[in-house]
Design a protein around this ligand. Structure first.
Ligand code: SAM
Length: 357
């Protein structure tokens, strides 16, 4: 565990160690989670359920346990181990003592995560100081510097809670949002952390019969299947390639879930077949067209009203905000509230929870 007792390190009180921290008995590292903008609250709620995570300040916390537990979090896109140095500029990290500490810190993360290369991320990444830091780290860590694809992502930034700079080292070679089950991707595929957030906020009930119309590559299906028991889980998509793609991902996740090549608006299923319907609708950019959506959205709400049980929940994610909100205003059968708005893939889609009036 890094003990901030050396001259260039912040003192224990200034680094905001948790009170009552008996370091000799419970070595801890400080970590910070990175979540998509808009999903911070979901990530924090998930973090709060991690036993041993303490002194939680937003997405920052101390943790003495096995880092593997942190890599199983599903709402953040990445988890970083973080350490601060009281240096006025990044150049200070090249000093003999800070550089030795920095190398030990990074080597600890690389040893744990099995990273095979590294890259630096900081404002002014091209500056001569950072170039020198990259050279020195390459020699000290015995890892190649790969500025574009480096697996050990090292971020430098001014400290949030005092003077100095902090270094964040990503625990895993790939982001947590790049799920190991994803063997097939498609244009318009949902970021898995958004799918996780939709299910968390929709509520997770063992008795739910769940429908995922327009399932695409199956992100919502896989994420729900991995969360725990349900009564039934089915997806449909009109595109046979999407159906195959979802099936491949579900197989890779080791989950048996039914996916069929069926029009979501004409399933032929009896009324009130489902207790939870979750869907990210075509947005009219890469997937679908704006004029098509103007017809699809009202028809979708009508058919989902028929398929949903009386107390059921319909969760919708869309980037066609104006259209969706207009369609909501023009009907009186649903009560809707916003769950979140998230920045993902260059867009700000919004999630809604709808219940029958
Ligand atoms: C935004 S994408 C879904 C992305 C998916 N959540 C994923 O992670 O890959 C929308 C999907 O809706 C499908 N779709 C469009 N109209 C449909 C309809 N009437 N019935 C079923 N699927 C439909 C498209 O084929 C496309 O795969």
């Amino acid at each position: 565990m890094p003990r901030p007792a050396r001259p260039n390190q912040p003192s224990p009180s200034r680094s905001r160690r948790p009170q009552g921290d008996h370091r000799a008995r419970q070595p801890a590292h400080e970590y910070v989670l990175d979540a998509l903008p808009g999903l911070e609250a979901v990530a924090e709620a998930e973090l709060r359920a991690v036993p041993l995570a303490r002194d939680i300040r937003g997405l920052r916390f101390w943790y003495p346990g096995d880092p593997a537990r942190l890599t199983r979090l599903r709402a953040p896109v990445a988890v970083y181990r973080v350490r601060a140095w009281e240096v006025p500029r990044p150049r200070g990290l090249l000093g003999h003592q800070p550089f030795g500490e920095l190398t030990a810190f990074l080597a600890g993360v690389a040893r744990w995560g099995g990273h095979r290369s590294f890259r630096l991320a900081a404002a002014g990444r091209e500056s001569s100081v950072l170039a020198r830091l990259a050279d020195e780290l390459q020699a000290a860590l015995l890892l190649p510097h790969d500025p574009e694809e480096g697996e050990l992502l090292i971020r430098l930034r001014p400290r949030e809670d005092g003077p100095g700079w902090e270094v964040l080292a990503r625990l895993t070679p790939r982001p947590l949002s790049a799920r190991s089950w994803r063997v097939c991707n498609r244009e318009g595929g949902l970021n898995a952390t958004v799918a996780y957030a939709l299910h968390r906020l929709a509520g997770q009930r063992e008795e739910d019969r769940i429908f995922n119309p327009m399932s695409g590559s199956g992100t919502l299906l896989v994420e729900r299947a991995l969360m725990g028991p349900y009564d039934a889980l089915v997806g449909v998509d009109v595109d046979p390639e999407a159906v195959e793609c979802a099936r491949s991902n579900l197989r890779a996740a080791g989950r048996a879930v039914e996916v069929a090549c069926v029009d979501a608006l004409h399933t032929g299923l009896p009324p009130r077949s489902f207790d939870l319907i979750v869907s990210d609708l075509p947005w009219g950019g890469a997937i679908g067209t704006h004029s098509g959506n103007a017809v699809l959205y009202p028809a979708f709400l009508r058919e989902m009203h028929r398929l949903l049980s009386r107390q059921g929940r319909l969760v919708v994610l869309t980037h066609e905000l104006r259209l969706f909100e207009r369609v909501l205003r023009e009907q009186d059968r649903w009560h809707a509230r916003e769950l979140f708005q998230v920045y993902s893939g260059g867009h700000w889609p919004r999630a809604y929870l709808l219940q029958k009036r």
